[in-house]
Design a protein around this ligand. Sequence first.
Ligand code: C2E
Ligand code: MG
Ligand code: MG
Ligand code: MG
Length: 292
Amino acid sequence: CAKQAGRNLFKFFTNSMNEAAQRRIRLENHLRHALANQELSVYYQPFIHLASGVVVGAEALMRWNSPELGMVRPDHFIPVAEESGLINPLGEWITTQACHAAMTWREITGYELWVAVNMSPRQFRDHGLVDTIGNALSDSGLPGHCLELEITERLLMEDVPGASEMIQELTRLELRLSIDDFGTGYSSLSYLKRFPFSVLKIDKSFITDIPHDPEAVSLVRTIIAMAHGLHLRVIAEGVETLQQLEFLYQEGCDYAQGYWFSPPLAGDRFQWYLTEQMFHQTDPLKTLQSHN
Ligand code: C2E
Ligand code: MG
Ligand code: MG
Ligand code: MG
């Protein structure tokens, strides 16, 4: 009887493994055509400067609406894109889209808003990366300082060969580097000194437990103080409540991003959002210019 159960369990595992592998292959096959079939789009989620309440920029987030699979979450398709190498053309595409979008925001508002693009470690294995990003900037006319590349601790941990040279080269384009999902990797803090980051993004898992969890409170407080000590600006991700916002404001956190302000929005919706925000600001000019 135990033997029978064991056999069933084994069958269960192989079946579900096959299913997962098949799902992955199916996803990859569809993803291969997603770009050409125009199934991908870019959503934008605003960054708010806390001291003034002004929108200063946005993060570009990829969305995939597949006719066969429906809406696929980035958490599901980005890892597949990374493993298959598809992240390289997709990354080039979203960077170009994002730079053009930021130019449009500038035309609409008259202010230099910045755009942040997520970078996968795999993109740093592509020797053409610096040229690709340089081209996205020159084609759109966006100044380098209006583009921010979000890099996770994973890249620095994986020790991608040549990555640090590439990071140095990228900074010659005058763009900014931010460290994404800070606190979720297990790497040493020494890379904060070694690489020319200008922004640190506190992962939303720390923000969620604020202000009721005293340990989350002291962690976030300490991260902000450390970042400021290193002359980094701080963005808190995943801000959903007024209490979180008040805490972050009191602690001197520079910027926030989260559902409290806005979910990620399709390109045209984000333009609407911007014009609406402009309309409600009394003097956005001063704050916007001094914080870009
Ligand atoms: P991320 O870079 O940390 O992006 C922030 C994620 O948090 C986004 O999820 C965003 O929609 C979500 N978020 C924003 N505000 C809130 C909030 O208040 N509460 C909660 N619970 N979540 C919030 P999304 O768009 O599903 O993207 C997930 C991840 O997929 C991103 O995490 C990023 O690592 C990756 N990703 C998305 N687009 C790209 C891309 O173009 N390239 C690469 N390499 N990765 C991407
Ligand atoms: Mg990000
Ligand atoms: Mg993040
Ligand atoms: Mg995150």
